[in-house]
Design a protein around this ligand. Structure first.
Ligand code: BGC
Length: 738
């Protein structure tokens, strides 16, 4: 997907504007694109000294370089100079998952923001994830970056995690598939994507010091499985290891997780880069870390002189440093960094905004819709819009992933937010304008705005309106965790407005699930997440039914904190806020994941408690029926069934297939889904095959997946708590390689 760059790249070849554009006569052997990436890496390595190799293994955080930042190196997350003598191009790295982040450039940047990761996962659509990845990857190229620090794949195990908006889902299969497609999209631009943060960095509080304690088999079946699928499907050039410790050992120097699982069991051939400030010793090299990023943030630049000394002193084998450099070079060859040097320019924000808008529309979830309040009809003559700065734009999440499309506005961050964060950024697509364009422009109605700061005044404004749209939001950011209770008295605002007007619709913009004590008092609730550069348009299109409401929840919404495996956030008492700046004073503590792989909906199923809104939930503006389930067994489970649109409008549905019993092991597991668009009265038969790892259990002693012989029960449903059709089949015993 090189819409503009192929022309520029051709021009570049003539103008000699990249290291790979050397005159053909001087073309070195490793520039033969017919050779394998491994062979090419070895050919260039044969010409490299130890110093050359080490130069590939530690890099700057240009933001902190001050006057030392060379011309041509942008203020961004990472820069590695390459080896100019051999034509090894520099690595120019930018955050992050939702677009080319450049918060430090201010609101004049021209990057396009995708909706948050949760919104992307709520599409349950790998094509949308690929298209989003392809778009942000292309913008990375166009802005001169050849590494995008995207690919957030951490499981949403902790609903209060302040970075959940960068992640995807509480389910390993959905997370892995969406992450994999997005990584493939990014890398289709001949740049490297990462997947991060490996591993179990599932909360921000204490991320620099905390140790995650979890049963090894459960880890394989949950957090690790999400990464395993993402890596298989996306083949990222790089994996970023995380800040936290696992079983007492830092993730970036964890031999079992890096050398053992990632490179050994999964046979992944890319390079492991550290998170910024996550390297603690030269030993990390032996444990499997290949590259030290953001070197200014570590106590020393371990992978420079100390690594060289360790090689000379025999503490780190020279062969290991060779392998580290090989992995970096291999990824650069495999993804095309030598053959397709980046050429800045050519951004088309109109076309790219359309990609972001489609993703946002696909991920907006209609959680509740009584009396057909939505979609808004022409009969809604007077609409009152309240709160959420709906007159300004749409909310976005904070931290290193912050994208700043032109026209973004920043508001002060709440007390306790990390000091290095830039505040609360609203992207410029105002829902109010998009609603007015439809309600006033097309339907000739009246739209009134109230900022929601005074619940009594908002309730008075709401009285007598045909429909009231209350925009409620919850800001989240890297470096902090969040409460599930809406901030700034918004629960009281919703309750007051709902009491004043029975046709109150709540539109949420949140980075994760929230508690909604007013859910029973309003007829309709829409979850729009952080909807990205064109979020206001996307929200209006869903509210007015220009597209079907088609998102499905990728996380459960609990009814209360007491339902969670940990009603209290680990470390919350001692570490309310964490940022890179305040690493030193923190005391280590443990985060115990005793729920094992029973994350999210699995936990609700196990404990028999009913969430407020279950995983998978999402209403359409039409209705669907499922029938004719057939389940075949043998080597794996294959379920087929028919979906019928029983309503009067065209619509999109995502029926889901869950396991409930694995030969006597009672556990709920999503094994697949199918997203179908159907006209009124239309039916389609769909087939869902289970990834055998989902019918298996991890056998730690036998070091592999084990499928037990026996009967496997499944259901088909509209969400994790609504079985419509049940079936079962027998599977034969099997052992699967790790
Ligand atoms: C974040 C990473 C990010 C890096 C570079 C770290 O603080 O955890 O996700 O890629 O900074 O900005």
């Amino acid at each position: 997907m090189l819409r503009h760059n192929h022309l520029l790249a051709a021009a570049c070849a003539v103008a000699l504007c990249g290291p790979a554009a050397a005159a053909p006569a001087a073309k070195p052997a490793w520039m033969d694109a017919k050779l394998t990436p491994d062979r090419r890496a070895e050919l260039v390595l044969a010409k490299m000294s130890l110093d050359d190799q080490i130069a590939l293994l530690h890099g700057d955080f240009p933001t902190l370089m001050g006057a030392k930042r060379p011309a041509g190196v942008q203020v961004s997350a990472g820069w590695f100079p390459g080896v100019p003598r051999l034509g090894v191009p520099p690595l120019y790295e930018s955050d992050a998952s939702l677009g080319v982040a450049n918060a430090r450039r201010g609101p004049k940047d021209d990057a396009t923001a995708l909706p948050s990761g949760l919104a992307l996962a709520a599409t349950w659509d790998e094509q949308a994830a690929f298209a989003g990845g392809a778009m942000i990857g292309m913008q990375a190229r166009q802005k001169g970056f050849n590494v995008l620090l995207a690919g957030g794949t951490n499981l949403i195990r902790e609903p209060r995690n302040g970075r959940n908006f960068e992640y995807l889902s509480e389910d390993p299969l959905l997370s892995g598939r969406i992450a994999g497609a997005s990584i493939r999209g990014i890398q289709s631009n001949h740049i490297i994507s990462t997947t991060k943060h490996y591993l179990a960095n599932d909360q921000e509080t204490g991320r620099m010091v905390a140790s995650v304690e979890i049963d090894p088999a459960a880890l394989r079946e949950s957090d690790l499985l999400a990464f395993e699928i993402a890596i298989e499907e996306g083949q990222p050039g790089s994996v970023m290891c995380s800040y936290n410790r696992i079983g007492g050992t830092y993730a970036c120097e964890h031999p079992a997780m890096l050398n053992g699982v990632l490179k050994g069991d999964w046979g992944w051939k890319g390079f492991v880069m550290s998170d910024w400030g996550a390297v603690h010793s030269v030993d990390a090299a032996v444990a499997g870390l290949d590259q030290e990023s953001g070197q200014q943030l570590d106590k020393q630049v371990f992978f420079d002189a100390p690594l060289k000394a360790a090689v000379k002193g025999g503490k780190v084998p020279a062969a290991r440093v060779h392998d580290m450099a090989h992995r970096v070079l291999r990824a650069m060859f495999a993804e095309g960094l030598f053959d397709h040097p980046v050429v800045p320019g050519g951004l088309d924000t109109a076309a790219d905004g359309a990609v972001a808008q489609r993703a946002a529309e696909g991920g907006i979830v209609l959680l509740k819709n009584e009396r057909g309040v939505l979609p808004l009809a022409a009969a809604a003559r007077k609409i009152v819009v309240i709160g959420g700065r709906a007159d300004v734009g749409v909310m976005s999440g904070g931290g290193s992933s912050q994208v700043m499309p032109v026209g973004s506005q920043t508001f002060p961050a709440p007390k306790g937010a990390p000091s290095w964060g830039g505040g609360v950024v609203f992207h410029p697509s105002a829902p109010l304008a998009a609603i007015k364009a439809r309600a006033q422009g097309r339907l000739g109605g009246e739209v009134v705005f109230n900022d929601g700061s005074d619940p009594a005044a908002a309730a008075a404004a709401a009285k007598g309106a045909d429909v009231v749209l209350v925009f409620a939001d919850q800001w989240a950011s890297e470096g902090m965790d969040v409460s599930l209770t809406l901030s700034d008295n918004q629960d009281a605002l919703v309750a007051a407005v709902a009491a004043a007007n029975p046709n109150t619709v709540v539109v949420l913009q949140t980075g994760a699930p929230v508690l909604a004590p007013w859910a029973g008092q309003v007829p309709a609730i829409v979850e729009a997440w952080y909807p990205g550069s064109r979020g206001g348009e996307a929200i209006a299109r869903v509210l007015f039914g220009e597209v079907d409401a088609q998102g499905r929840l990728p996380v459960s919404f609990p009814a209360s904190l007491g339902q969670l495996p940990r009603p209290e956030l680990p470390g919350a008492k001692d570490f309310v806020v964490e940022g890179l700046a305040n690493v030193a004073p923190m005391k280590p503590f443990d985060i115990r994941y005793d729920e094992g792989s029973d994350v999210g909906y699995r936990w609700f199923a196990k404990t028999g408690s009913a969430p407020l809104f279950p995983f998978g939930r999402g209403l359409s503006y039409t209705s669907f029926r499922y029938s004719g389930l057939k389940v075949a067994g043998g080597r794996t489970l294959v379920a087929s069934f028919t979906v019928t649109n029983t309503g009067k409008r065209p619509g999109v549905d995502t029926p889901q297939v869950y396991l409930t019993d694995l030969a006597g092991r009672k556990q709920q597991r999503l094994i697949g889904w199918s997203k179908v668009a159907l006209k009124p009265g239309e039916s389609r038969t769909v087939t869902v095959s289970a990834d055998p790892r989902l019918t298996a259990s991890w056998d730690e002693a036998g070091h592999g997946w084990r499928v037990a012989a026996g009967t496997y029960s499944v259901f088909v449903g509209a969400d994790a708590a609504s079985p419509s059709l049940r079936g079962e089949a027998r599977l034969a015993a099997a052992r699967l390689k790790p």
